[in-house]
Design a protein around this ligand. Structure first.
Ligand SMILES: [Zn+2]
Length: 460
């Protein structure tokens, strides 16, 4: 009776209608590939980040947190290879002037460009398949030559010459570089011993050529990354553990296991030892939700070479000094949010009408409980307010007195509130309320005195 929906338009429409996601600068026509999160979107985002931080940092003894700055010295991005190599192959349709990523055009006809390929190699692959390609916008087959386009977003920070193209300070293209450059600081300021990890949640920026699929690929986005530093001999052992751990994370969030799969990278960047992505079955296909990568000692070695500072670890017990290898887990907040919305969205036929319900895990739901007085009369508003005050100490509670009770239930279903508490005229006599379960729609009468312990059992 309840079916998962694979229609992206419905997700986008609900996200807008109920205040999860808005296009950026919308009143001026919108800024492409940038989005704002509304009153419910920010709650869902915060809940996702909180669950991740708890699982990755607070629940463990071997991972610590970090909040590094968005601006970093340009040298960091030279060392990381981003200034030279962080680029996508670009072509422009000569008819409608839409820019396309060459690898995406090729992907659509099942031809896969390797991310290591030079501009010339991509060009020859593009030429070899040109006959089969058409502009996704206008259908023409008339493209400009391939050009590599660097994804780093630059700023004029600290530059007062007016010419920002000279030695620009970039906005970080990924959060993990802030972790690598602080490796020694963390080691020296804590009692961390290898193996240990550093976790960070923060914004990153990429000049994406084509913005596609709503909040899936955006120019400003938030990452949840963890770099785990290990002895080179143990790298693959910990890599396997993290793979298992990270897949379980999504299952624990209530995402259906049939909508999750592993995807192995066939064309590894040269330094990577092994790389798998956790993919989610989005309405537009299987796409990367999180990357779990064995990066070897590439990053620490690069920063050692470029900075002259040794990024080594001294194992005092063994008297051994070495450059640790890194296992990285890299997830996106928006991609997780989109997966969670798609997975939770259901339409059900109830009494000849369609009920839209977001079956969000209670941990993620923006509101845990909605308190609904049956009427706007003062005699019900007052006790309803008391119930709100009682539950608010522990949960994020919505109070809604507008429209009919049926409409209010539907609204709470649509935003994924697990429980509705209705205060009615009987409440004045029996000091009890009706609690309605979002998923089963079953209602039960609970004494107000027992509400706190009732929800402690249901929501914790
Ligand atoms: Zn075109």
């Amino acid at each position: 009776m309840s079916e998962q929906i694979t229609d992206m338009e419905k997700i986008v429409s609900l996200a807008k209608r109920r205040g999860f996601v808005f296009p950026s600068s919308e009143i001026y026509g919108g800024l492409a590939a940038v989005y704002d999160y509304g009153p419910l979107g920010v709650e869902l985002e915060n809940n996702i980040k909180e669950v991740w931080w708890k699982a990755m940092v607070h629940d463990r003894e071997d991972v610590v947190g970090l909040d590094s700055a968005i601006f970093m010295l340009p040298k960091v991005w030279e060392a990381s290879g981003h200034v030279g190599g962080f680029s996508d192959p670009l072509t422009e349709c000569k008819q409608c002037h839409t820019r396309h990523r060459v690898d995406h055009l090729l992907e659509a006809i099942e031809v896969f460009a390797d991310e290591k390929m030079s501009q010339e190699e991509v060009q020859s692959l593009f030429d070899a398949n040109k006959d089969k390609l058409a502009c996704p916008k206008c259908g023409a087959n008339d493209f400009t030559p391939v050009r590599k386009f660097n994804l780093l977003v630059s700023s004029n920070l600290g530059n007062f010459t007016g010419d920002w193209t000279k030695e620009p300070v970039y906005l970080r293209g990924e959060t993990c570089q802030g972790i690598y450059v602080n490796f020694k600081n963390v080691l020296d300021s804590t009692h961390a011993k290898v193996p240990f990890g550093i976790a960070q949640i923060g914004k990153a920026f990429r000049n994406e050529i084509t913005a596609r699929q709503f909040i899936f690929r955006t120019r400003e986005f938030e990452q949840m990354e963890m770099q785990y530093f290990v002895h080179p001999d143990d790298a693959m052992k910990y890599y396997e553990q993290w793979k298992e751990n990270r897949m379980q994370f999504y299952i624990d969030l209530g995402i259906k296991s049939e909508n999750l799969q592993w995807h192995k990278h066939e064309n590894l960047v040269f330094y990577a030892k092994e790389a798998y992505d956790i993919e989610y079955k989005y309405p537009f296909g299987w796409k990367e939700l999180e990357g779990v990568h064995a990066r070897g000692d590439y990053d620490l070695t690069q920063h050692t070479t470029h900075s002259g500072q040794k990024m080594e670890y001294m194992d005092q017990a063994k008297g051994e000094k070495y450059t640790p290898h890194v296992v990285e887990t890299s997830a996106g907040v928006a991609r997780t949010l989109l997966a969670v919305l798609c997975d939770a969205y259901c339409e059900e036929e109830v009494k000849d009408e369609t009920r839209v319900v977001l079956k969000l895990h209670p941990k993620l739901a923006p509101y845990k409980i909605a308190v609904l007085p049956l009427s706007k009369k003062d005699e019900l508003i007052a006790p309803a307010r008391e119930v709100v005050a009682l539950l608010k100490k522990k949960y994020h509670v919505d109070f809604d007195e507008t429209q009919s009770i049926g409409k209010r239930y539907r609204r709470q279903d649509e935003i994924g509130t697990p429980y509705c508490v209705t205060v009615d005229f009987d409440t004045l006599q029996d000091k009890a309320v009706t609690v309605r379960d979002r998923d089963t729609m079953k209602q039960e009468r609970i004494k107000i005195d027992e509400l706190v312990s009732f929800f402690a059992k249901k929501l914790n």
